[in-house]
Design a protein around this ligand. Structure first.
Ligand code: BJW
Length: 230
């Protein structure tokens, strides 16, 4: 590969073949749940039990035997290992499948399902069991303190300075399995394109920001990504 500074953005589509539901598909998570109820700070304040249950169920599923990495996760980890230039993987996903595949330089811009957070101090703790609304936070001792370590609508995504620095210097940007409906991630292609980077969309179907990419490849991530990176 002739490129020296590569940024890859992944979305729910890369984990779909691992058995994790996407958001906006006909049978996706947003068909079963109202976004405002489970993915906003206001929804959490109004009904913390409902929100904890939503993430507890997803955490249990992630840790179940049915979920495993697929060839797209593996292709990214193998690419990072052999690539001699600068590499950054940015995922909107809250699962840990990139880590399981061996990816190292990784930012979870929308948080992580296997972490919880104190609402008051911001301290983050690992968690691999259900979070109960009865549990007391280890740092503030309050029952209302603990929340999933997830970036909800209206909240600031994580690692933005590092992400934009990498985008401003990249010569290749690849987006995989994301519908391009949620900002700021949907705007990354424009940030990379504006500094002259080659931009590639790998997705099942054209995304909402498909026209901003210089190249598009449509098909399963598990097929298209190994083909692109090997
Ligand atoms: C396959 C496949 C296979 C399937 N192979 N492909 C108006 C304009 C612009 C912005 C705003 C606006 N009004 C409000 C905003 C901001 C808002 C926003 O974007 N709203 C939109 C709805 C318009 N954004 C925010 O509030 C964000 N914060 C923010 O903006 O802070 C201010 C700020 C300003 C400036 C700089 C920086 C910050 C926070 C967004 C938080 C998103 N949170 C969620 C839920 C939490 C995580 C969780 O519960 O899991 O994150 S929403 C949900 O959507 C989740 C995802 O990470 C995110 C993106 O979804 P994704 O990954 O694209 O999934 P899908 O389902 O949409 O698409 C899957 C794709 O895969 C499809 O295209 C399939 O075809 C494809 N596919 N199988 C390849 N096998």
């Amino acid at each position: 590969m002739t490129y020296q500074r590569v940024v890859v953005l992944t979305g729910a589509g890369i984990s779909a073949e691992s058995g994790i539901k996407t958001f906006r598909a006909a049978d996706g998570l947003w068909e079963e749940h109202r976004v405002e109820d489970v993915a906003t700070p206001e929804g959490f304040a109004a009904n913390p039990e409902l929100v904890q249950r939503f993430y507890n169920e997803r955490r249990r599923q992630l840790l179940s035997a049915e979920v495993a990495v697929n060839p797209a996760h593996v292709a990214l980890a193998e690419f990072e290992k052999k690539f001699t230039g600068e590499f950054l993987l940015v995922t909107q996903n809250i699962d840990d499948l990139h880590e399981r595949a061996g990816s190292q330089k990784l930012i979870h811009m929308h948080g992580e399902l296997l972490k919880m957070q104190c609402s008051y101090s911001g301290v983050v703790y690992p968690i691999d069991t259900d979070i109960s609304t009865e549990a007391r936070c280890a740092c503030c001792g309050l029952r209302s303190g603990l929340r999933p370590h997830i970036v909800w609508f209206g909240e600031m995504p994580l690692g933005m300075d590092e992400i934009y620095t990498a985008l401003e210097h990249c010569d290749l940007f690849i987006a995989v399995g994301t519908s391009g409906n949620v900002y700021p991630a949907a705007g990354f292609v424009q940030a990379a394109g504006s500094v002259g980077a080659h931009t590639i969309e790998v997705n099942l179907e054209p995304s909402a920001v498909q026209s901003a990419f210089s190249e598009t490849r449509y098909g399963l991530a598990s097929i298209e990504l190994p083909r692109l990176l090997n």
